[in-house]
Design a protein around this ligand. Sequence first.
Ligand SMILES: [Mn+2]
Length: 187
Amino acid sequence: MSTYVIGDLQGCLTPLVQLLEQIQYRPEQDKLWFAGDLINRGHESLETLRFIKSLGDNATVILGNHDLHLLAVSHGFGTLKRGDTLTEILSARDRDELMDWLRQQPLCHYDKTLNTVMTHAGIPPCWSLEDTLTFAKEVETKLKSDTVDEFFATMYGNTPNQWDNTLTGLDRLRAITNYFNTDALLR
Ligand SMILES: [Mn+2]
């Protein structure tokens, strides 16, 4: 059994399918991890999302900044930018199903057996593993909640840009999200 970790697909399904052929991916025994940014920029975003979702338990997915942007826009927050290729998802017949599935995905994945953590951009050096998992859970709980719109309404923005354990509320959630998803904060 092998575990393959694949980075930013950005809506490029055809190269993914070619890659899976090349590594001779065997669904009955191999696992695929996707490190976020499944969609946007590329021209097969809708099909990419449907494909990853169809992999079920064979795929472990975490959210990247583009995935969160799509979720925010689909909830009526944020605006589409030039170069975004998200409209086919937003107008798809299975949009709600895809968005509900995406919203259930975590910001961070930890595999104890492999002693490995996957995040989209990184982990700040001041966070322990326990901090990392706890902070990810805080955002994930909000994402799955009925009050997720509060999060999307305040998700955009680069402040606070310094981690402080005393941060609370939506500022805290935005800071955690930015640390997981924006490598600028980690430099
Ligand atoms: Mn990204």
